[in-house]
Design a protein around this ligand. Structure first.
Ligand code: OOG
Ligand code: MG
Length: 265
């Protein structure tokens, strides 16, 4: 676990500051501008405090996400280390549903594969075989990310503190058993208003999306946390994220697993 540079009061007030940007839909400068010595330990403390604030308000945490797990995403954002975040109940949008752009700052969409576990996973030492054995099913998922930072520009420490830009997600298509899908070659095609904007295959995510779940277990293990059985986990964007705006209809097609759609209103 990395060291801390923030006092408890600074950590608490940064959590409030960042969460308020989400709740009040306005951007902020990245937190490392004012606190350049912040560490990953400080940033995850802030993220866990935002999670605590939401739970104290009655929101439920309904899953986890990994981010920056593909080269396309790392190159797009100029960073090279995956990060995790949590998913709150109100982030979930039904397949084919509307996403209210008045609640978002500058949304982008990502094509992802989600896992649902049937046994706990605990790092350190969690590997892909453990993940495959503990997987109940996989299901297509599209994430809507919305960095609270100006111009969607950040460094890793800032994005961790901002819950890895989490804001909305849509699951859909068809669930499948992990042994029935070749997740490395699983093709995805992203369309906005009927036009293909990105495409890719599952191997873009750390060689195999299950590796992303193993990495999550190992990162949580550093804080003494685990992935409980029954957890929904998004493994990270396969392609670069694509900006969307009010009026856009989006569909992501998954090879043999159907599609996920939404409308930005
Ligand atoms: C950070 C979150 C990235 C993914 O799937 O790679 C992410 C960001 O790019 O804003 O969710
Ligand atoms: Mg994502």
């Amino acid at each position: 676990m990395s060291t801390r540079t923030l006092t408890k009061d600074q950590m608490l007030s940064l959590a409030e500051h960042i969460e308020n940007a989400e709740l009040n839909v306005h951007d902020i400068t990245k937190v490392t501008n004012d606190f350049p010595d912040m560490t990953f330990g400080d940033a995850y403390d802030i993220q866990w405090e935002i999670r605590r604030r939401k739970e104290a308000r009655g929101n439920k945490v309904i899953g986890m996400k990994m981010g920056l797990t593909s080269w396309a995403k790392m190159a797009q954002m100029g960073v090279e280390t995956p990060v995790y975040g949590f998913l709150a109940d109100y982030f979930s949008v039904p397949d084919g549903g509307d996403i209210d752009t008045s609640r978002l700052i500058h949304p982008k969409i990502e094509a992802e594969v989600a896992f649902v576990t049937k046994a706990p996973l605990k790092g350190p030492g969690c590997h892909i075989g453990d993940v495959l054995a503990a997987t109940d099913f996989i299901i297509p998922a599209v994430e809507v990310i919305d960095s609270r930072y100006e111009n969607f520009k950040f460094d890793l420490i800032s994005v961790v503190a901002d819950n890895a830009s989490s804001t909305r997600f849509i699951t859909g298509g068809r669930m499948a058993r992990v042994e029935d899908v070749d997740l490395k070659t699983l093709g995805v095609v992203m369309e906005i208003n009927g036009e293909v904007v990105e495409l890719g295959a599952g191997a873009a995510v750390l060689g195999h999306p299950a590796s992303s779940v193993a990495m999550l277990a190992n990162m949580l293990g550093e804080r003494g946390e685990e992935i409980p059985a029954g957890t929904f986990i998004m493994t990270g964007g396969i392609t670069a994220a694509v900006a969307v705006k009010k009026g856009d209809n989006i569909t992501v097609r998954y090879q043999d697993l159907g599609s996920v759609s939404a409308k930005f209103v």
